[in-house]
Write a protein that binds this ligand. Structure first.
Ligand code: GTP
Ligand code: SPV
Ligand code: MN
Length: 601
C-alpha cells in the first residue's frame, strides 16, 4: 500500500509475553500473503493518526471540514463492494449438516484449497496490520479476544473505533492461546474472487475480496455472531443480533431490554431513542446497537454485554428529528463511508434535516443535484463512530457483568400482518415467535430489496451453525431459569394504502416500550388473541398522536386471514430443517393453527 504509516510504527514488534501460537500464526499468514511490511497495532491515538495520515495521502480517505466535522473522514468503497455479500459467505464446518439449510456451506478442505491461492501474495506491496482486539468490557469474564490480520488501513482504523483494540486486548490475552483468528485481504476486490469463510470448529475466519462492513470488519458479524453463536451454544449462553437499552421510568428505575430486528430495521434508532415531549420523565440509555452477548447469572437472570466499542450504523434516515443522539455522536472522530459530500466539506445523505443541498458530490464521487435520478448517498452508506461519544451512553456500558435483561423484543419490517406489539404466552411461544419472524429485505445485504423472508431472531445471515440446533439451544437456555425475560414482537413498519407508515415510530416507540415495561411488572392490560397478548387501547398511551381510527384498528388487531396464510410459509420454512427441528416448535405451530381456527369461527 502506498503511503503507509510512518517508519516509527513499522518498527513495532510483538510483545514478548505472547503465546507462540500467536506469532506462529502471524508468521504463517505473512508467508502466505507476502506483505512488504508487518505492523503490530498498539491501538494508540498516535497510531490512529498515522493510519489516517497515510490514507489521506493515498486517497483512501478524503478530509472533511476540520471545524464543522473535526477529525472525521469520508471513504468511498469500491462500487461493487457496498454491503455484506451473503451469497459469498460460507460456514465451513466438517459436516454439512452442522451448517444447516440456511447457511452456504463449504468443506474446510475445499475452502482452504480455494482461498489459499487467492491469499498467496495478495498483500505484496502492502502492509499487513496485526490488529489485536477485545470484544466486551475490559476485565469482563465474558470478554473475548480476537486478532485480525488485514491489508486494509481503513479496516485497521475502523477497528480502533469499533473495538477495544491494541494494548488493552494483548493485556487481556496475556500468555493465553485462546483467541479467534481472522485473516483478511482486500485481494483484488472482485466479487468473482470474494469469499467470507468461517471455520467455527477452528475459531478461524478467512475473508478476501471485500473491504466493506461485515465482510471485512471481522470482529463484528464474523466473530461476535457467527463464531460467537457457535461458542455460545457449546458454553450455554447467547450471542445475538440485538440492541441493548436501559429504559428509565420517571421514578428513576432502569429496566433493560434487548431487541433483535434484522439489518436496517431500526436497532440503532431504538437503542438511542429520545422520548418526545409528551413522555415526561422517561429516558433511554444506550448499551449497544447491534450485538448482545448474554449469559445467565447465578440469580437466574439473563445479563447482556455489548461486545463492541463503536457503532457502524446506517446513514440514510439519520437526522435531528429521527435520532438526535446519533447526530451528536457523529460530530467528530467519525469515518463516513459512501455518503454524499457537500461543497462545504460536510457529509450529507437522504433523510438528513433541512433541504437537500443545491449541489453535492454523490457516493461515487460524481456531481449530484436534487432531482437527479440516483440517490446522493448509497442506501447502505454508514459511519463508524465511538460509542463513548453518544450522549445517552449507559453508565453500565463498561460494566464487566453486563445488564440484567427483563424483556426481549423480536421485530421486523412488515407492511402488513404483524401488529404494532404483542407479547408471547411464555418462553417457548416466544422462541416460536422469534423462529418464525418475517421481514422485508433491505439494502444492508446485496440482493433484492423489499421481499419478505423468514429471518429468525434476525440471525438468518449470522447464525454460525444449523438453525434447528439454534432453536433447540434457545428452548433449552430459557427452560433453565424462572427469571428468563418476557418475549415480545414489535413492528414499526405497517403501511397504509398510500404506502406511508401507519405508526410514527422513532421517539414515539417509547409508548410501546412503556406498555412492555408495564407488562413485565404485571401492571398493564392486554387481550388474549390467537397470536399472543395485544395491548388494550386504554393500556397503550396514544394520547396526542391523532392517529386515524383506521390506523389504530390495523395497528392493534390480528388479521386472522393473513395469519392463517402465514402458517403455510412458516411450515415451509420449518420443513427445511427436517427431523432436526425441535418438536416443540411444531407443537407451537399446531397450537397457533388451532387458535386461529377458533378465532375465525
Ligand atoms: P443494521 O445496522 O443494519 O443492523 O441496522 P439497524 O437495525 O440498526 O437499523 P437502523 O436503526 O439503522 O434503521 C434503519 C433504517 O430504518 C433507517 O433508515 C431508519 O431511519 C429507519 N427506522 C428506524 N426506526 C424506525 C421507525 O421506528 N420507524 C420508521 N418508519 N423507520 C425507522
Ligand atoms: C448489518 O447488516 O446487520 C450490519 C452492517 O450491522 S454489517 O456490519 O455490514 O453487517
Ligand atoms: Mn446489524
Amino acid at each position: 500500500m502506498a503511503g503507509g504509516p510512518p517508519e516509527c510504527y513499522l518498527a513495532l514488534v510483538p510483545p514478548a509475553s505472547l503465546h507462540n501460537s500467536v506469532t506462529d500464526w502471524v508468521d504463517e499468514c505473512a508467508r502466505l500473503a507476502q506483505p512488504d511490511r508487518v505492523h503490530w497495532c498498539d491501538g494508540s491515538e498516535e497510531e490512529y493518526r498515522a493510519l489516517v495520515a497515510g490514507m489521506l495521502r493515498d486517497g483512501t480517505l478524503l478530509p472533511l471540514d476540520p471545524h464543522k466535522q473535526p477529525d472525521s473522514y469520508l471513504h468511498r468503497s469500491h462500487p461493487s463492494d457496498v454491503a455484506r455479500s451473503e451469497n459469498l459467505t460460507f460456514i465451513c464446518t466438517d459436516l454439512k449438516e452442522d451448517a444447516g439449510p440456511t447457511n452456504n456451506w463449504m468443506s474446510p478442505k475445499e475452502a482452504f484449497e480455494k482461498l489459499t491461492p487467492l491469499f498467496r501474495g495478495a498483500m505484496k506491496g502492502r502492509t499487513m496490520y496485526v490488529v489485536p482486539y477485545l470484544m466486551g468490557p475490559a476485565g469482563s469474564p465474558y470478554a473475548r479476544m480476537g486478532i485480525e490480520l488485514t491489508d486494509s488501513a481503513y479496516v485497521a482504523a475502523s477497528l480502533k473505533i469499533m473495538t477495544r483494540m491494541g494494548k488493552v486486548a494483548l493485556d487481556h490475552l496475556g500468555g493465553s492461546d485462546q483467541f479467534v483468528r481472522g485473516l483478511h485481504s482486500l485481494g483484488d476486490l472482485s466479487p468473482e474472487r470474494r469469499f467470507v469463510c468461517h471455520f467455527p470448529e477452528r475459531r478461524l475466519i478467512w475473508s478476501i475480496g471485500s473491504g466493506y462492513g461485515g465482510n471485512a470488519l471481522l470482529p463484528k458479524k464474523c466473530f461476535a455472531l457467527r463464531i460467537g453463536s457457535w461458542i455460545a451454544r457449546q458454553e450455554g449462553w447467547l450471542a445475538e443480533h440485538m440492541l441493548i437499552l436501559g429504559l428509565q421510568d420517571p421514578e428513576g428505575e432502569v429496566t433493560y431490554i434487548a431487541a433483535a430486528f434484522p439489518s436496517s430495521c431500526g436497532k440503532t434508532n431504538l437503542a438511542m431513542l429520545v422520548p418526545p415531549a409528551s413522555q415526561k420523565g422517561w429516558k433511554v440509555w444506550t448499551v449497544g446497537d447491534d450485538i448482545a452477548w448474554m449469559h445467565f447469572g447465578k440469580d437466574g437472570r439473563l445479563y447482556a454485554v455489548n461486545p463492541e466499542a463503536g457503532f457502524f450504523a446506517v446513514a440514510p434516515g439519520t437526522s435531528e428529528k429521527t435520532n438526535p443522539n446519533m447526530m451528536a455522536t457523529i460530530r467528530k472522530n467519525t469515518i463516513f463511508t459512501n455518503v454524499a459530500l457537500r461543497p462545504d466539506g460536510t457529509p450529507w445523505w437522504e433523510g438528513m434535516d433541512g433541504a437537500a443541498p443545491a449541489e453535492a458530490t454523490d457516493w461515487l464521487g460524481k456531481p449530484w443535484k436534487p432531482g437527479s435520478p440516483t440517490k446522493a448517498a448509497h442506501p447502505n452508506s454508514r459511519f463508524t463512530t465511538p460509542a463513548r461519544q453518544c450522549p445517552a451512553i449507559s453508565p453500565s456500558f463498561d460494566d464487566p457483568q453486563g445488564v440484567p435483561i427483563s424483556a426481549i423484543l423480536f421485530g421486523g419490517r412488515r407492511a402488513r400482518v404483524a401488529p404494532l406489539v404483542f407479547e408471547a404466552f411464555d418462553w417457548r411461544h416466544g422462541v416460536f415467535l422469534g423462529a418464525t419472524m418475517g421481514s422485508e429485505t433491505t439494502a444492508a445485504a446485496t440482493g433484492q430489496v423489499g421481499v419478505v423472508r423468514r429471518d429468525p431472531m434476525a440471525m438468518i445471515p449470522f447464525c454460525g451453525y444449523n438453525m434447528a440446533d439454534y432453536f433447540a439451544h434457545w428452548l433449552r437456555v430459557g427452560a433453565r431459569s424462572d427469571e428468563a425475560p418476557s418475549i415480545f414482537h414489535v413492528n414499526w413498519f405497517q403501511t397504509g394504502p398510500d404506502g406511508s407508515y401507519l405508526w410514527p415510530g422513532f421517539g414515539e416507540n417509547l409508548r410501546v416500550l412503556r406498555w412492555i415495561l408495564a407488562r413485565c411488572r404485571g401492571k398493564a392490560d392486554a387481550v388474549r388473541t390467537p397470536i399472543g397478548f395485544l395491548p388494550t387501547r386504554e393500556a397503550l398511551d396514544l394520547g396526542g398522536l391523532n392517529l386515524p381510527e383506521s390506523s389504530v384498528q390495523r395497528l392493534l388487531s390480528v388479521d386472522i386471514e393473513a395469519w392463517t396464510q402465514e402458517l403455510a410459509d412458516m411450515k415451509a420454512f420449518f420443513d427445511k430443517f427436517g427431523t432436526r427441528l425441535p418438536e416443540e416448535l411444531w407443537q407451537e405451530h399446531d397450537r397457533l393453527s388451532h387458535r386461529l381456527k377458533l378465532g375465525a369461527a
